[in-house]
Write a protein that binds this ligand. Structure first.
Ligand code: AHR
Length: 498
């Protein structure tokens, strides 16, 4: 059924600032994310900058990546940073027990990661090892990275070729400490988080934003305990609390196929993705109770789709394709993030290259680089970075089994506004009247991301099968603008305001 939705936007009523860090990323030592994805080494025939793939850096720079989380994930709690500094040929190896039991030769370590961040223009977000590390090991890593003056760690950094400290704003105190990061109880971890965070010092001008391991999905008891223990009102040694939520349409045993899915699976995926709204609302409410002034930020540092691995690939490498359905999961998440921008300070999609809901896939045989549909949603949304959110009131929007079929959000910056609209209806176009109030609109442009089917995706043979185009199915309307959104499409409308 084709319906008409009214979307009312008050252009003169800015709400919370949408931190650019809601568009953050995550790169783990997992499968082909670091090795083959980012890092090929200086001697590789693949064009590289000091060992880092040039094409990957160039593609990602268009996304204005605000921060990059590393080295894990589960890997973080087995990672010992001293193994990854100094001459590469002398670095010890280890076995990556979480991800395929492959040998990790530590050729991509601290200096290489910070170099990557500088090339991307991204802030580093480092996850320290609580599960199998020590307070001393974590403290020394912080000292090594950010220390100034004379100290054993600063001198070691200098001996390894880096004179100036790096700026490292974000620091994770472990990862999934309720699971792969140590199987701890909330009470036990909360005390450890306070202890570890205490010794992660601020050096010189570097101010750490220390992030405690947060809940898995709807484990509200974890958030309650953590917030009670880490100190509400920002008085404790921690500034952020994380949350992880993956969109899994099937079960953990059979998560579903990345590209071969029917309409029921399409809708159940988007319904699962839509659960992020309830999760952010309920975790935020608990945080409001313990921290009414909003000093501790909520950090969704792992999110995205998780499908069965692609046929013929290593099950421990989590390699999957990425379709229009994934793009709509992303757009739905971003609309939700914008609505929760007051408490949500950061979010990191899992993961940037070749793992889970990636932006970029690289072909191991031809080395070809493919931008995924999800990549394009990130690029189309760069105008929301550090803009002020605008509420979008939807009237008469269609729904299917409780899933709203129109998702929308908006923001404003200087004399512009950006409106994001998703038509989640797999089969029907939907008409939307944008009711634009409060400021004069002097011009508009629009772009669309869609394809013939929700299963459409990009490959080395057809890298542009899904790519943004100019959107022309819109016209002036007495209330503002009238748009007809094709089925399974994502549209952004940029407004000039006077
Ligand atoms: O992103 C893949 C894994 O998912 C991460 O290593 C872990 O934190 C989560 O369970």
């Amino acid at each position: 059924l084709v319906t008409t939705t009214r979307a009312v936007v008050d252009l003169d009523l800015p709400g919370a600032r949408i931190s650019r860090h809601l568009y953050g990323h995550f790169a783990e030592h997992l499968g082909r994310c670091i090795y083959g994805g980012f890092w090929v080494g200086e001697d590789s025939p693949i064009p590289n900058i000091r060992g880092i793939r040039t094409d990957v850096v160039e593609a990602l720079r268009a996304l204005k990546i605000p921060n990059l989380r590393w080295p894990g994930g589960c890997f973080a709690d087995e990672y010992h940073w001293r193994d990854g500094v100094g001459p590469r040929e002398e670095r010890p190896t280890m076995v990556n027990t979480h991800w395929g039991n492959v040998v990790e030769d530590n050729s991509f370590g601290t200096h290489e990661f910070l170099d990557l961040c500088e090339l991307l223009g991204a802030d580093p977000y480092i996850s320290g090892n609580v599960g199998s590390g020590s307070v001393r090991e974590m403290r020394e890593w912080v000292d090594y990275l950010t220390g100034v003056g004379e100290s054993p760690m600063v001198n070691l950094r200098r001996a390894n070729g880096r004179e100036e400290p790096w700026r490292v704003p974000f620091w994770g105190i472990g990862n999934e400490s309720w699971g792969c990061g140590g199987n701890m109880r909330a009470e036990a971890y909360a005390d450890l988080a306070r202890q570890y965070a205490t010794y992660c010092r601020d050096h010189g001008d570097n101010k750490l934003y220390r992030i405690a391991t947060g809940a898995n999905s709807d484990d509200y008891a974890w958030t309650d305990t953590l917030m009670r223990t880490i100190g509400g009102c920002g008085s404790g040694p921690l500034q952020g609390l994380s949350l992880h939520y993956y969109t899994i349409a099937g079960t953990w045993e059979d998560k579903g196929h990345a590209t071969d899915f029917d309409l029921d699976e399409y809708y159940s995926t988007l319904t699962k993705a839509g659960k992020i709204d309830e999760l952010l609302r309920r975790h935020s409410t608990l945080m409001d109770v313990h921290d009414p002034y909003g000093k501790v930020g909520l950090v969704l540092d792992e999110w995205g789709t998780w499908w069965n691995v692609a046929e013929g690939t290593n099950p421990g490498f989590l390699y999957q394709q990425n379709t229009i359905r994934d793009a709509l999961v992303a757009s739905l998440h971003f609309d939700t993030f914008h609505r929760h921008a007051a408490r949500l300070t950061m979010a990191n999609i899992a993961q940037t290259v070749n793992v889970l809901q990636a932006m970029i896939l690289t072909d191991p045989d031809t080395n070809a680089l493919v931008r995924t549909p999800t990549y394009h949603v990130f690029e189309m949304n760069t105008g929301h970075h550090d803009a002020d959110s605008l509420a979008v009131h939807l009237l008469d929007a269609p729904s299917r089994d409780g899933l709203g079929l129109i998702s929308a959000s908006a923001s404003t910056k200087d004399d512009t506004a950006l409106i994001s609209l998703s038509n989640l209806d797999a089969e029907e176009p939907q008409t939307v009247i944008l009711n634009l109030r409060g400021r004069e609109v002097s011009g508009h442009t629009a772009r669309i991301l869609s394809a013939k089917t929700p299963q459409a995706h990009n490959t080395p043979e057809a890298p542009q099968a899904v790519a943004p185009e100019a959107f022309t199915d819109l016209e002036a309307h007495p209330a503002g603008l009238k748009l007809v959104l094709p089925p399974h499409s994502y549209v952004t409308v940029s407004l000039s305001l006077s």
